[in-house]
Design a protein around this ligand. Sequence first.
Ligand code: NAD
Length: 392
Amino acid sequence: MRKLGVGMAGYGFIGRVHAHAHRSLPLFYRPIPFQTELLGVATSTESSGRMAQEEAGFHFHTRDYRDLLQHPDIDIIDVCTPNDTHFDICRDAILAGKHVYCDKPLALNVQQAEELAAMAESSTVVCQMTFNYRFVPAIMRARQLVESNLLGKLTGFRASYLHAGYIDSTRKHSWRVSKVRSGGGAIADLGSHAVDLLRFLTGPGSNVERGGEWESVSATLQTLIPERPDAAGQPVAVDVDDIAIAQVRLSGGALGTLEASRLATGAQDNLKVQLFGLKGSLAFDLMEPNWLDVYDAREPEGELGGNRGMKRIEAVARYPQPYSLGVTKNTVGWLQFHIQCLFDLVNSIDRKERALPPSAYSPTFKDGLAVQRIICGVQQSAATGSAWTSLQ
Ligand SMILES: NC(=O)c1ccc[n+]([C@@H]2O[C@H](COP(=O)([O-])OP(=O)(O)OC[C@H]3O[C@@H](n4cnc5c(N)ncnc54)[C@H](O)[C@@H]3O)[C@@H](O)[C@H]2O)c1
């Protein structure tokens, strides 16, 4: 079996998840065009690098990601570092002729994202984003249903991604609550996933007529815990949002809402998406990922309701071939979405090598740029008293 070498930049929370996905690929898909092999890892300290090597089986560790770029057997750079490093690592990886797999968000701002998307477009390598929620079977089914015109003309949508992780005001200050290091708080962190899902289901590539471009946004951002302690216990200012709420207008006329919060007490990983059309509607809840709720207004209505009503589609783990575990009735889980997202990268590289056009379902750097534009539009609107702000 052919193997492509992987150099991973960053091995914190998501690095371990990506490492798990790389190791799982040959167990989940048969046939698979090639396997990936964890060769090198770059982290910010010697001890974290050593731990990554021991835990995940990398051949070597380094403190300088450029060592990964120089390694002749490394074909893919997997970017799992804080957001302020994405631009340099992605740019240098593309220049070194390596495929890039970058976790969200693509960069800190639109200018950086535009540069990376342009480089990706003109390069011979594959550059993809980790937008893992595209790869939930229920979401894949939702996209199929949108494409088959279940919804008719899109009228509205709601997306909310709520966490509770920052309720504790003694949680340490980190890159995640620093604007220059993260590019934004809840809106960049959680909002980026919600925006990508909405775009994936309603926007270009799915069906432009029914959704269309994200035209304008009116938003409010709120920081409720204005400082957090550093490692020495000293207070440091927080300059990103804890909560983001936006109204969004699409060019097709649909009006929707987008909400992200890290202060939603009681929430775990509460990502919800609802789409409403003149002919039907769809609803997905990440806390119940086995199901897709579907309403088809074409079903006959009767005196006592007829057959019309909300239906739960049993998406469970019904991934398409070559998903090869044999049994698809199992409940599906978060790690699996990451594995399928990585499998999509493998497929994209294979398609590129065979000169086939890219799949419309793959999250590209162009998608990363589109999401970045919306995040920045939300921030710009909030900075101007929620003024309606063009996203074009
Ligand atoms: N898709 C998802 O589900 C998901 C979930 C969590 C995080 N993320 C994204 O993953 C990225 C990392 O988040 P995390 O939670 O793993 O962060 P983290 O703080 O847990 O880990 C960051 C890692 O990067 C390393 N690092 C920092 N600067 C570096 C540099 N210059 N060169 C090499 N290594 C460096 C650190 O040593 C650490 O290993 C972020 O972009 C975040 O938005 C995505």
